[in-house]
Design a binder for this molecule. Structure first.
Ligand code: HEC
Length: 236
């Protein structure tokens, strides 16, 4: 009796040790900083898709299966992978090796301890329930998912709300609701859309600075068919 019990305890202990590789070895606080390398493309909030799919609820999810993400490659969709400590470690080591032809432009992280840190963080932060809050799992300090979060464009300051756009020769003149005008070389102004809940209201496109030098900007519309009617071709 005693013998059996001891064996059972030993087996349990070794199971616990075996499952303590990868994510469990890492330091989530260091991992949170490393997530900066992912945050430009991935949100941790469910169904908030950017360049890449939301990572909310990642563990035990089948690769390529977020229904609201419309841009998966055929390669990732048909890869028969379920994400867990092991498959995610392989993926972030060298994505192209794991799924050749996938469209995540990320070279990989060669340092195993950095990967363990990152996965330790992700495992917590992608848990259902945790990931739905904008705050994140670490008590909301440190601006956690910072990096990639796009600004919400529903309530705009008059200085950011576009009232009119005129086009003359090679120049767009953007007039904002506070009456200011901004001139851009046509190659420096991008016209975009955002139909998500973060996007602008209809007929109230947003002017968003882009690039480091202050010479570029985006005008973001609610939907594509607003774009042409909004722009008047005229020279003063
Ligand atoms: C430049 C943008 C970009 C960066 C940076 C990036 N990813 Fe991705 N990621 C993508 C895209 C795009 C996909 C979808 C690829 C496809 O469909 O082939 C993807 C897919 C994934 C998937 C599969 C998700 C699923 O639903 O199956 C995981 C996991 C992932 N990325 C994790 C990461 C992690 C962790 C990092 C940081 C170390 C990272 N990514 C950095 C763009 C990026």
């Amino acid at each position: 009796m005693y013998g059996i019990h001891a064996t059972a305890v030993a087996t349990l202990a070794s199971l616990a040790i075996a499952s303590q590789t990868f994510a469990a070895d890492g330091d989530p606080a260091r991992g949170q900083r490393l997530f900066g390398a992912c945050a430009a493309c991935h949100s941790l909030q469910s169904d908030q898709n950017m360049t890449g799919p939301s990572l909310a609820g990642l563990w035990q999810r089948k690769a390529g299966s977020v229904e609201t993400f419309a841009r998966y490659s055929a390669a990732l969709k048909s890869a028969n992978i379920v994400w867990d400590d092991k498959t995610l470690d392989q993926w972030i080591t060298d994505p192209q090796h794991v799924v050749p032809g996938n469209q995540m432009t990320f070279a990989g992280i060669t340092d195993a301890s950095q990967r363990a840190d990152l996965l330790a963080f992700l495992k917590k932060a992608t848990q259902p329930g945790v990931s739905q809050t904008a705050q994140g799992p670490m008590g909301g300090t440190g601006g956690m998912m910072g990096g990639g979060q796009v600004p919400n464009l529903k309530k705009l300051d008059p200085s950011d709300r576009v009232q009119a756009i005129t086009y003359c020769k090679d120049t767009y003149t953007v007039t904002t609701a506070n009456g200011e005008t901004h001139k851009f070389w046509e190659r420096n102004l991008r016209l975009k859309t955002d139909a998500s809940s973060d996007g602008p209201e209809k007929s109230a496109p947003a002017l968003v600075a882009a690039g480091m030098m202050g010479d570029r900007a985006d005008v973001i519309f609610a939907e594509p068919n607003e774009i042409s009617p909004f722009i008047t071709v005229k020279c003063e």
